[in-house]
Design a protein around this ligand. Sequence first.
Ligand code: 5RP
Length: 253
Amino acid sequence: EVGLPSLSPPLSPSPVILTQDDLKKIAAYKAVEYVESGMVLGLGTGSTAKHAVDRIGELLRQGKLKNIVGIPTSKKTHEQAVSLGIPLSDLDTHPTIDLAIDGADEVDPSLNLVKGRGGSLLREKMVESACKRFIVIVDDSKWVRFIGESGLAMPVEVVPFCWKFSAKRLQNLFEYAGCVAKLRTEKESSAQPFVTDNGNFIVDLYFKKDIGDLKIASDKILRLAGVVEHGMFLDMASTVIVAGELGITIKHK
Ligand code: 5RP
């Protein structure tokens, strides 16, 4: 006798909804697979890099990694690493870093980045330009067709002295792209300037149009007296790990 079709639907595992933070963690854990005992590591800053630093701390505690030296890219990461017992050093003592792992705000198909929403771009750039390999970890919301596509700001660290003058000059540089320069504040509602770990201010540049050649834009910004550094990380990333709902994509330079 042929059985009647079951009235209840077949049991299937309920779909797992991954949050953006889950994706960040997945990318971070994947990057830490590239870490080997004995390495000098650049430790990034931000909510994605935090997962990587946590994982490194965990592997050290478990004895699965040994003799790691970390070079933090911010005071916050320094504190986190200390709390995890990760031995730390600096660029003066370790001018060459084996591997740095850090997040980004935008990544384009040539693996150019915008960084610095967390305000740590100067130390990040110093550390990440001193490393043999730089792995960038992002969730797929950070993947863009061109730098500026997400509409997020491009941060520029400036000295506090006459910052309005610097902001105006930065805005004028990119008038052709409809640039608006805004001083970053501690909170959106406050006028209190955000102060970087280096005692500087951040001017965020918002563009209405494509700014064109990034190298030319970078050179123009860096030529302005009063500018310390900007958040474009051009030709620095060796590998980008992108975590999305459908899995991990790894892009190499
Ligand atoms: C901090 C940074 C961060 O790496 C970048 O802002 C990404 O942050 P998050 O991982 O929290 O999205 O550049 O200066």
